[in-house]
Design a protein around this ligand. Structure first.
Ligand code: AMP
Length: 517
């Protein structure tokens, strides 16, 4: 690969070329008031990269990281790619058994853990033949910063070709084993450059960053855009509506999962005045309810810009910066990204408004699943299109709509039911906040449509019979839920996605006679 190596394909060089000339400008301000300038960032990245290289990290070696959100965590990401390594962030909530799977699968050269969990993970790391176990806390503490302190920050960025790996992100693995999506320098840089331009980043933009950074949204979408913009982030360890509203007058852009927006709407401090300084609110990682979009618009005058992406592909579509941001849609394919909808049976490309599987191709699409060539071949077609597994359609104006996940498709009595269609009807009932529709085993129908509904507190809310009656008026009989359950909260993962597998599990014996939930 050496003959294709050029200095400029390492994404760190790209970021560095965009750092402000005045290196005393802030890169990050944390919730405890610490300011890290671009000068500090470059020095820290140089030192960490030097340490990794002194530890024997070679090009393509993995650096697995299971730590809490911190500036040093971002420094470690940048230092890893600068040193030619492959950054592998893990959700800090993963258990020891889960970490063991990731370490054994990825065989990292270095593993960085939280100071409080490192000892408990030492045996696991040894078993996976990790050469170095280091620690990193949230206050710049731990053996990693200690050992990097005082090292020479002048580090020559390792040459990388655009196809070299920069990161491996494990998918959330709701079905089967979690797979490592291999992201090249090109995958990351092409997507960041596209988003930076598409969302019209400005020289004075300040990003309110309340997302986790072990996931593509907080790490690549949010952080990479700001590194390209050379401006600063207000960096919160986690989302907190009070704190977000307090900082909003100093920010111009926020990226969030839908839950951020519903929590802000539940806060009396969300007003036109509170958001007057903001240029852009972006939402993604899970569907934003059309109602949330409308309520947010009415309260603040801002139309949330919804976009769609996934771990394996980075961002794929976005509502426009200038133009209609249509609630319930995820907008247009991004420049250089091709999106098509195909019939799952025949693979034929479908026409306007026809529902099928969304497939995507472009420089953003990952290089394959780590050590799973068979899975890679199943999911990236010979013509380069990746099968997203999302079910959707493209309307006459070119807006992409997501109807659900292929694995969530319900087949009841031989008929296909797209949960989103039923959820939209239920969500439209007065007194309903939102709903999740799943298929549960049924002796006659194969699967039975079952709805789980969250009602608004303090209003006259519909009961099961009322929900079924409304569905009967608006939907074909086979789509009408056989049963409706009410909950106080829908189960969600950290990225705000409803965990339908948990709902299916909770109700799996409902119709098979074993026992009621
Ligand atoms: P992840 O790999 O964790 O980022 O999850 C990717 C999946 O999240 C996609 O395949 C979609 O199913 C879902 N997703 C992401 N953004 C949106 C969105 N704006 N609307 C609906 N679903 C979304």
């Amino acid at each position: 690969m050496a003959d294709t190596d050029t200095a400029s394909d390492n994404i760190y060089d790209l970021f560095r070329s965009r750092f402000p000339a005045d290196r005393s400008r802030p890169f990050v301000e944390t919730d405890d008031g610490r300011v890290v300038t671009y000068g500090d960032l470059d020095t820290l990245v140089g030192r960490y990269a030097r340490l990794l290289s002194d530890l024997g990290l070679k090009k393509g070696d993995r650096v697995a990281v299971q730590v809490e959100k911190s500036v040093e965590n971002i420094v470690l990401y940048l230092a890893t790619v600068r040193a030619g390594g492959v950054f592998l962030p893990l959700n800090p909530a993963y258990t020891k058994a889960e970490v063991e799977y990731f370490l054994t699968d990825a065989e990292p050269h270095v593993f960085v853990a939280k100071p409080e969990t490192a000892e408990g993970l030492r045996e696991t790391a040894d078993k996976a033949k990790v050469a170095h176990l280091l620690t990193l806390g949230t206050k710049g503490d731990g053996t990693l910063p200690e050992r990097a302190a005082g090292l020479d920050p002048d580090f020559a960025t390792v040459l990388a070709s655009a196809d070299d790996l920069a990161a491996i992100l494990y998918t959330s693995g709701t079905t089967g084993r979690s797979k490592g999506a291999m992201m090249s320098h090109r995958n990351l840089s092409s997507n960041a450059l596209t988003l930076h331009q598409y969302w019209g980043f400005q020289p004075n933009d300040v990003l309110l960053h309340a997302l986790p950074i072990f996931h593509t949204h907080g790490l690549f979408v949010a952080t990479n855009c700001m590194l390209l913009n050379g401006t600063s982030m207000l960096f919160l360890s986690k989302f907190d509506a009070d704190q977000v509203l307090k900082l909003m007058p100093r920010a111009t852009v926020m990226m969030g999962v839908p839950t951020f927006y519903t929590r802000l709407l539940a806060h009396p401090g969300l007003t036109k005045e509170a958001t007057a300084h903001m240029r852009l609110f972006i939402s993604g990682s899970a569907p934003l309810l059309a109602d949330t979009h409308k309520e947010f618009s009415a309260r603040t005058g801002h139309a949330i810009l919804e976009r769609y992406g996934m771990t394996e592909t980075g961002m794929l579509t976005s509502n426009p910066l200038n133009g209609d941001r249509i609630p319930g849609t995820v907008g247009f394919p991004l420049p250089e990204v091709s999106v098509r909808v195909v019939d799952p049976e025949t693979g034929r490309e479908l026409g306007t408004d026809e529902i099928g599987i969304i497939e995507v191709k472009g420089p953003n699409v990952f290089s394959g699943y780590w050590r799973m060539p068979e899975k890679t071949r199943q999911e990236i077609k010979p013509d380069g299109f990746f099968i997203t597994g999302d079910v959707g359609k493209i309307d006459a104006r070119g807006y992409v709509h997501i109807v659900g996940r292929a694995k969530d498709l319900i087949i009841s009595g031989g008929f296909n039911v797209y949960p989103k269609e039923v959820e939209t009807v239920i969500d439209g009932i007065d007194g309903v906040v939102e709903s999740a529709v799943v298929g549960v085993p049924h002796p006659d129908f194969g699967e039975a449509v079952t709805a789980v509904v969250l009602r608004k507190p303090g209003v006259i809310a519909p009961d099961e019979a009322a929900v079924i009656a409304v569905c009967k008026q608006q939907l074909a009989n086979f789509k009408v839920p056989k049963r409706v359950f009410f909950v106080d909260e829908l189960p969600r993962n950290t990225m705000g996605k409803v965990q339908k597998n948990l709902l299916r599990d909770a109700h799996k014996d409902l119709f098979t006679g074993a026992k009621a939930p």
